[in-house]
Design a protein. Structure first.
Length: 402
């Protein structure tokens, strides 16, 4: 029989604006992760040599984020040199994949204690820094239907008939809920980032704009029309001939924010936790990852969630809270339609990436911690975490509070 995978702790940095004037721009990504490694050790009185492996998601693993930042950061944080580490890239779901791999290692019985998480310093290592077919192989783009995610988001909104107003209204909800959660202290997994002298750099999420209104959002220009007209829109229409014309609807106001941040989740067996005196917070129930049509790309959360629910022998009605990453407003709105969700009482109850930002390699792990925090605050039991993924994938994880 496989072991249960228990989550003992989850920590994250605040999200800093992913710009040169953002609070975390001065902090190298290795320091962001090291801050959390130190926090995990101190919060749990952890003998770090007991950890079997560390897995870190990172979508742009070049420059400051290159050279196996998982292993580099744990050593930099003073963890035992016996602890190995590696980085992974499943685009936006990299952080969730890292947590899932940690759970799978524990459930297999081959590891007893693993850390999964991720990091992305988007102000220091911008998107597209790692190159790939976008940059150098246009014929490959055509063959595999590779388009920028923003173009896919506008295609998704066009197919679903979402209006600009609907997208903006959802975005205002995200901003208001995230602002309330931040100001109420509900993000209890946040570890402040300080400099070497102990001076505060960033204590709370920086990008939230709770006072934004529909009039302000309506003034924003669309973000992805130029990309589509460069040729990527033609790729979309080639694969979706029923769409006569793509409507350009996503703006900086109804898309996820570019931010810096990191997250770590400590996962292990119940026996290992007992031997180390660790307190169980949740258990991993099931996980799933799927592939979907790559030019539409962003509709993977629903099929991944259905598969995770099936593996767990559960129905959506068994889930108390849902975290569906707000890469673009059209993504959770499509997820709601696909899953038959009529209201948003359980969905992204403390806002999402539109307000908080989406530090690519870290977001999935952040959502795990955010879900556990809220389950504990509300006294609820189960949560579903799901993300859309570039190149047409979706990933989901179900957890149960202990």
């Amino acid at each position: 029989m496989s072991n249960e995978a228990i989550i003992f702790d989850a920590v994250r940095t605040p999200r800093g604006r992913g710009r040169k004037d953002g609070a975390l721009n001065e902090v190298p990504p290795i320091e962001l992760l090291a801050t959390l490694f130190r926090a995990l050790r101190e919060r749990n009185k952890l003998s770090t040599g007991e950890v079997d492996d560390v897995i870190a998601g990172c979508v742009m693993p070049v420059g400051d984020q290159g050279a196996d930042i998982a292993r580099s950061a744990l050593l930099y944080a003073g963890w035992d040199q016996s602890v190995p580490g590696f980085q992974i890239n499943r685009f936006c779901a990299s952080g969730l994949e890292a947590v899932t791999l940690a759970a799978e290692k524990v459930r297999s019985g081959w590891s007893d204690l693993v850390v999964g998480g991720g990091v992305e310093s988007m102000s220091r290592v911008p998107m597209m820094s790692d190159g790939g077919p976008y940059v150098g192989q246009p014929l490959a783009n055509l063959d595999i239907n590779l388009v920028p995610q923003g173009v896919a988001a506008d295609l998704l909104a066009t197919i679903e008939g979402f209006s600009r107003e609907t997208l903006d209204e959802f975005s205002i909800r995200s901003q208001r809920l995230a602002g309330k959660a931040r100001d109420s202290g509900w993000f209890t997994s946040v570890v402040p980032v300080k400099d070497r002298n102990g001076m505060m750099i960033l204590e709370k999420d920086e990008a939230i704009r709770p006072d934004v209104d529909m009039a302000a959002l309506a003034k924003l220009k669309v973000s992805f029309q130029q990309m589509a007209e460069f040729g990527f829109g033609a790729v979309c229409l080639q694969n979706w001939p029923e769409v006569e014309k793509i409507r350009y609807l996503h703006t900086p106001g109804n898309s996820s924010g570019i931010v810096d941040g990191a997250a770590l989740v400590l996962v292990g067996s119940a026996a290992k936790g007992k031997s180390l005196g660790l307190k169980a917070r949740a258990r991993v129930v099931s996980a799933a990852v799927v592939g979907v049509e790559p030019s539409l790309m962003l509709h993977g959360p629903a099929p991944a969630s259905r598969q995770a629910l099936k593996k767990a022998g559960m129905q959506l009605s068994d889930i108390d809270l849902i975290e569906c990453n707000e890469a673009f407003a059209a993504v959770p709105l499509r997820f709601m339609r696909d899953m038959g969700i009529d209201d948003m009482d359980t969905l992204n109850v403390n806002g999402g990436a539109i307000a908080l930002g989406h530090p690519l390699g870290a977001t999935g792990a952040m959502l795990v911690g955010q879900a556990i925090d809220e389950l504990e605050r509300r006294g609820k039991s189960t949560a579903l975490i799901t993300l859309c993924v570039g190149l047409g994938m979706g990933q989901a994880l179900i957890i149960e509070r202990v």
